[in-house]
Structure formats: structure tokens, C-alpha cells
Design a protein. Structure first.
Length: 719
């Protein structure tokens, strides 16, 4: 299908209106001649005679005059040269005829229906000729009477309004039944030109209202910018330019994960074709009908635009896939250049092969790699006046799996946050990291609990080797781009480039604190997975929940923290029944998702021996968290009280460390409980408060409390 003539409406409404008048006025002048003859004939037949109740009263003399006319005869002299004979070549009406294979009679019917859109006087004339002030639009009978010279021609012309005719099948002309008649004959139907035809002929004014709620026209960048491998991008751009230039269809499917620059590829293709881009998000459409899809695809033709369709993932799940199949049929029938975005390739799992367009070009679009992401971050930060050193930019590019649009959005959000605190200030590195984390992990909160990383290296107390292991975890995350990218190790590892870490040790030994320390050091979000929401008794549901977690964590490289992991990752059992078999399937599925994930997964367990050996083999780092010895307990006691806390002079941390053999978590519980007791009855944290808090903590642990000598001394020797 050819594209419409270039629109000059960007110069203002006057040129577009002048162009429309230049095309229409000669044809409407011919219509006026036909109408004068018809009005004269109607007056001779006595139209309007009798009481002034047109449409409600038919005088006897009018009926006699009508009976004197031959059945099917036109009103007046409808023969002669077609109205469209004077339509200039190369105009919009001529384009309609070429694009939809319209005959001169088809164009004349459209011109009769279009006349009231330009001048309302035609409504009054049509009402007079139809002897009813309420019938202000031309019926098919009136239009054929004006355009046909004899009954045979008028009868033959009805075929141009059959359901298979271009006017009707393409939705260019609508036959509207008279609402006052329950079953009107075809000749009594009113003619109404489609809104897109009206806008095309009279000059476009925005997007068709039927699709404007989910469509926008965009001007692509002046030069093609396709974030694809060079060979793929160049070939696709050439294909789009050739298809556009030769006016032949091209259907492209771009598929990639959330955040992949799918729209940017579409903009690059529109730029290569020298066309506008009409972007449609079908997820925002209230309903999908064949009529709506026809309007959408035709809107792209009328706008002279490449059509970019997003929101297909939602469409696939709507109405049992019926809407998606309707879209596929419309796509296959379209003659323009259409680019569709989806999360997945259209394989047999999405649609049958016979439902897909045979000439569909499927292109995977990944998230930008490290070098491309670094370039996007550098450009976006420079535009915001934010100066970060190379290491900071490398960290942003390496830790956040974001597309170019999301990178720009993160920098924009960071700039807004900085301006809120200090107008005119450029965003800091912390502002940018916070914005990137918020954007990247926006969908993960519904599936996992976000932990605020409050602790740093000075807060955690562990033996030197365990501390070294935690720092090694951070080093691997920081230097991943260099090792996998610059040094080529990614070619040696086909699966994910992430890091699986196991924290093993008794409760309270610092496993959660260590996860927070790593998250704070790397400036990444930390999410604790709620196993009660993940593990399901229903077959297949656990895998679905795990898939959602890893998919939504992917773009953020968030740290996933599975606490009490042995509940989900326990030893695979011997298969004795269906439940055992599916439990093992869930275990295998989790192994697969962990290996595919590029971020950090931390598993915490109190009993390492309860974990399946398959998991232990896949751990990159295993950190054992021992019960603290006396020296470590002393350091934990000293760090448990903030500097501003009023600790009494009678408190001996060395004594507490020697007398109370317990984990760091229990020590922190005692310190906090003692602070509350002191606030209630003294204001200074002393030995009696600590002794009381220790007794309560021992009760929680199910251990006996012997009221040691140091506690009695704190109460003045009283038992």
C-alpha cells in the first residue's frame, strides 16, 4: 500500500485547509449541481407540501407524485461525469483511490458523506430531500439517486456497499442504521465517512481519538542509533529503509528482558527509513477489537510512520490469548513497517507457527553490556552536570543491569533529589546509586522484604579469616567486569556470572549482619526472601515464585538473601511418592536459576549438614560463622552500645564477655533490653539492668539462670 502525500500541516492549519479546499471544491461544485436538480425534482413532486411536519405527515399529492416515478429511478438527473473527475492527481483523495483500489463511484460516495464535514448547509439540504429535518445525513438511497443516471445503474451500485467491498471491508465508509427504525432496509442506512478518512482529506489534527489514549507520534533521532551488534544493526536498518522506500511490508519482532532498549531500536529503524514513529502501548487499551486494530495500523499509514507496538506481553494473557491472535491476524494483513516489542521470542510456546506471519523478522535485543552501559552512564551523568570518577562509573555499569532509558531515568531522579535538598546542585554518587537501586528493584518488593543495610565493617566482629572471606565476596562483585569482560573469562563460563555464597553457623552469629555489610559496601539493595511465600504445596507454584524473584532481581543485581535456607534447599530425598519427585524438581529448578543469575545470592543456614551436597558444590564461597570466643564477645559488648548511650561505670565488658557465653545476636538483645529497663527506672544503664535483661534472654533460649556473683554484686549483694 502506498503512503499518503506529505503532510504540510506542520506549517500551521492554513496550508492544510487550503490543500483540502483545493481538492474538494471542484468536486463539491459538481455535487451542488446534482443537488439543485434534485431539489427541483423534489419540489415538483411536492416535497414539503401539507402541514409543517416533515417526516411525520405525507400529503396525498406527494404520494401520488412518488407513484408517478419509475421504481428505482434516481431523484433528478444523477448521470454525467463523476464528482471525483476533477480531483487532482497526487492529492489525498487520489491516494485513497490508489491505496484501497476504489472506483470513481466509491470516491463519489465518500465525497457525499464528507460534504457535511466541510459545510453544514448540506445537512439542511439532505433533510429537505429526505423530507425529514431529523435525517440530516445522506442515506444510501439519496446518495445513489444523486450519483446514478438510471435504475439499472443504481441497482448495480449497491454492490459497492457489500461487506466485501473496499469501502466497507476497510472501514472507510460506515452504514449507520436509522435508530428510529428497528430493521431499516439497506437504502435507509445513513452514510458516515470514517474519522480517519475525514482527517486525511480535511487535514490531520492529531491522532485518531479511538487510539489516542494509547498512541503517541514521535520524531526519531536524525541519525539511526541501534543499540545492537554492529552487523545486526546495520542489516536491520538497511532492511527497514528498503521496505519503506519500496512501499512493501516489513514485520519485525524485538524481544528482550525488561529494560532492554527495544524502543530505541524501533526509533533507529524509523530514522533509517526517514519516517516518524507511531508508538502504541496495547496494555493501556481498554479492549482489543479487529476494528480498533484496523484503525491503529491505518493510523501509522496516515501519519507516514513506522508503527511500534508495545504491551504485547499483557495482550498474550488477555481473554485466553484471543486478543493476541487478533493482533497477529492484523499484523499479517498490514502493508506497512511494523516493529513489535515483547519479552520473549514467538516460539511454539507463544503461538502456533501457522498463526505467525511467515515473513516475521525476529531480533533478540539484550541489555547493554558493560562497555555500552558505561557509555550510557557517562553521557547521562555529563548531561546532568554530575562528575564521577572512572571507578564510580565502572561500578554503576557493572552492578546495575539497566537499559539506556532506565539509566537516563535514574540520573534524572538523582538530579531531582539533589535539587530538592540544594537547588542547582549536581547529584552526588550516593544520589545516583540510590536512584539506580530504587529504579532497578521497583518490582521486587512484592515478593521479598527489603533490608536496610545499616551495618558497616566496624560493626561486625568475626575471626580474621571470615572477615577476609567477606571482603573477597565484595572484590568479586567489584571486579567482575574486568575478569569476565576484559580478561575473557565470560567465554569460559556459559552460565551466569553471579556469586553464590553460603553463610553457615548458629543463630545470632552475624549471618544477616554480614549480608548487610556486603550490601552497604557494594551499595546494592538487599532482599530477604520469605520462604513461606515462595514454597507452595501446589505443584509448579514454587517454581513460578522463584522465577518471578530471580527475573525481577535481574535488572538490579540485588543481593538475594535466603535465610534458614535448609527449609527450601534441604537434602533431596529418595523418591517414594509424587511429593518427593516434585520436591526434587523444585530443588533442581532453584539450582538452575541460581546459576543463571548474575548477581549475589546468599544462603544462610543454622545447620550446614542439612543442605544438599549439590548446593554445596555450587557455592563459590562458604563462610562459617562460629560462636564468638571471649575476646570477640568483649568487642561485641563494646559495639552493642551507641556512643551516646549512658552506660554506668560499674559495667565491665570484659566480665560480661567472660561470664555470658552466647552469640552476638543475644548480646545485642540484652544490651537493648537493659537500655529500656534503665530508661524506665534510673536513666543510666548499669549492672542490675544488664543482669535482668540477661535473665530474660536465657529464658527465651530455654537455659537456666544461676544468678551469678557479678549480678548479685550489682544489686548490692542482695540475693
Amino acid at each position: 500500500m502506498p503512503y499518503p502525500p506529505e503532510d504540510d500541516s506542520h506549517d500551521g492549519p492554513a496550508p492544510a485547509l487550503a490543500s483540502a479546499l483545493a481538492e474538494l471544491l471542484p468536486a463539491l461544485a459538481r455535487l451542488d449541481e446534482r443537488l439543485r436538480a434534485a431539489v427541483a425534482a423534489a419540489r415538483e413532486e411536492g416535497a414539503g407540501a401539507g402541514p409543517p411536519l416533515p417526516g411525520l405527515f405525507v400529503a396525498a399529492e406527494v404520494a401520488e407524485a412518488l407513484l408517478s416515478r419509475e421504481p428505482g429511478a434516481p431523484l433528478g438527473d444523477g448521470g454525467g461525469e463523476p464528482l471525483c473527475a476533477s480531483v487532482p492527481a497526487g492529492g489525498r483523495i487520489a491516494w485513497l483511490a490508489e491505496a484501497f483500489a476504489l472506483t470513481p463511484l466509491d470516491l463519489d460516495l465518500l465525497l457525499v458523506a464528507l460534504a457535511p464535514e466541510l459545510d453544514l448547509r448540506y445537512e439542511r439540504i439532505f433533510a429537505f430531500l429526505q423530507d425529514d429535518v431529523a435525517r440530516r445525513r445522506p442515506t444510501l438511497d439519496l446518495a445513489l439517486s444523486l450519483l446514478c443516471g438510471d435504475p439499472e445503474e443504481k441497482l448495480a451500485a449497491r454492490a459497492r456497499l457489500a461487506p466485501s467491498s473496499p469501502l466497507v471491508s476497510e472501514g472507510l465508509l460506515h452504514l449507520v442504521p436509522d435508530p428510529s427504525h428497528p430493521a431499516p432496509p439497506l437504502l435507509a442506512h445513513f452514510l458516515r465517512a470514517d474519522e480517519q478518512v475525514v482527517r486525511l482529506v480535511l487535514g490531520p489534527a492529531g491522532i485518531d481519538p479511538r487510539v489516542s489514549a494509547f498512541c503517541r507520534v514521535a520524531i526519531p533521532p536524525p541519525s539511526p542509533d541501534l543499540p545492537l551488534p554492529a552487523e545486526t544493526g546495520e542489516g536491520l536498518a538497511s532492511l527497514a529503509a528498503l521496505a519503506w522506500g519500496e512501499r512493501r511490508p516489513l514485520r519485525v519482532l524485538l524481544h528482550g528482558p525488561e529494560g532492554a532498549p527495544l524502543r530505541r531500536v524501533a526509533e533507529g529503524l524509523a530514522s533509517a527509513a526517514g519516517a516518524l514513529l507511531l508508538a502504541a502501548d496495547l496494555e493501556r487499551a481498554e479492549s482489543i477489537t479487529p476494528e480498533l486494530l484496523r484503525v491503529l495500523f491505518r493510523e501509522a499509514w496516515l501519519q507516514g510512520a513506522v508503527l511500534f507496538v508495545d504491551g504485547i506481553a499483557a495482550l498474550r494473557g488477555r481473554e485466553g490469548g484471543r486478543d493476541f491472535r487478533a493482533f497477529l491476524r492484523a499484523l499479517a494483513a498490514d502493508g506497512g513497517v511494523t516493529v513489535v516489542a515483547d519479552e520473549v521470542a514467538w516460539t511454539g510456546a507463544v503461538a502456533r507457527a501457522d498463526e505467525l506471519p511467515a515473513d516475521l523478522v525476529s531480533i533478540p535485543v539484550p541489555l547493554p553490556g558493560f562497555d555500552a552501559a558505561r557509555a550510557f552512564w557517562t553521557r547521562a551523568l555529563a548531561g546532568a552536570g554530575c562528575v564521577l570518577d572512572g571507578e564510580e562509573i565502572d561500578a554503576l555499569a557493572g552492578r546495575f543491569r539497566l537499559g539506556p532509558d532506565e539509566i537516563e531515568a535514574a540520573v534524572h531522579a538523582a538530579s531531582a533529589e539533589a535539587a530538592w535538598h540544594s537547588p542547582g546542585a549536581a547529584p552526588s554518587a550516593d544520589d545516583v546509586y540510590a536512584a539506580a537501586r530504587s529504579l532497578a528493584a521497583r518490582d521486587l518488593g512484592a515478593l521479598a522484604a527489603k533490608l536496610e543495610a545499616r551495618y558497616g565493617w566496624d560493626d561486625i566482629v568475626l575471626p580474621p579469616d571470615q572477615m577476609a572471606q567477606l571482603r573477597e565476596v565484595c572484590d568479586q562483585a567489584v571486579h567482575r567486569p574486568r575478569v569476565y569482560g576484559d580478561w575473557g573469562f565470560d567465554r569460559k563460563h556459559s552460565l551466569g556470572k553471579g556469586l553464590n555464597v553460603l553463610f553457615s553457623g548458629p543463630p545470632g552469629t552475624g549471618k544477616t549482619m554480614a549480608a548487610e555489610v556486603i550490601a552497604r559496601e557494594l551499595r546494592l539493595d538487599l532482599f530477604r526472601i520469605d520462604l513461606s511465600q515462595v514454597v507452595s504445596k501446589y505443584i509448579g507454584e514454587t517454581e513460578k515464585n522463584l522465577s518471578k524473584i530471580f527475573e525481577r532481581a535481574r535488572t538490579s543485581s540485588a543481593i538475594l538473601f535466603f535465610d534458614e535456607a535448609d527449609a527450601l534447599f534441604g537434602k533431596r530425598s529418595e523418591v517414594k511418592d509424587a511429593h518427593d519427585r516434585y520436591a526434587n524438581i523444585e530443588t533442581g529448578y532453584l539450582l538452575q536459576k541460581m546459576e543463571e543469575y548474575d548477581g549475589i545470592v546468599i544462603l544462610a543456614t543454622n545447620l550446614r549438614q542439612n543442605l544438599d551436597e549439590a548446593f554445596l558444590r555450587r557455592m563459590h564461597v562458604i563462610v562459617e560463622f562460629p560462636m564468638p570466643d571471649e575476646e570477640h564477645r568483649r568487642r561485641i559488648w563494646e559495639g552493642a552500645f551507641p556512643a551516646q548511650a549512658p552506660v554506668g561505670g560499674d559495667v565491665d565488658f570484659r566480665l560480661l564477655a567472660r561470664e555470658l557465653s552466647m552469640a552476638g545476636g543475644n548480646i545485642r538483645n540484652i544490651a537493648l533490653a537493659a537500655a529500656f529497663r534503665a530508661a524506665a527506672n534510673g536513666g543510666v544503664i548499669g549492672v542490675p539492668h544488664l543482669a535482668h535483661a540477661a535473665r530474660r534472654e536465657f529464658q527465651k533460649l530455654g537455659r537456666t539462670w544461676s544468678d551469678p556473683e557479678w549480678a548479685r554484686r550489682g544489686r548490692g549483694g542482695k540475693p
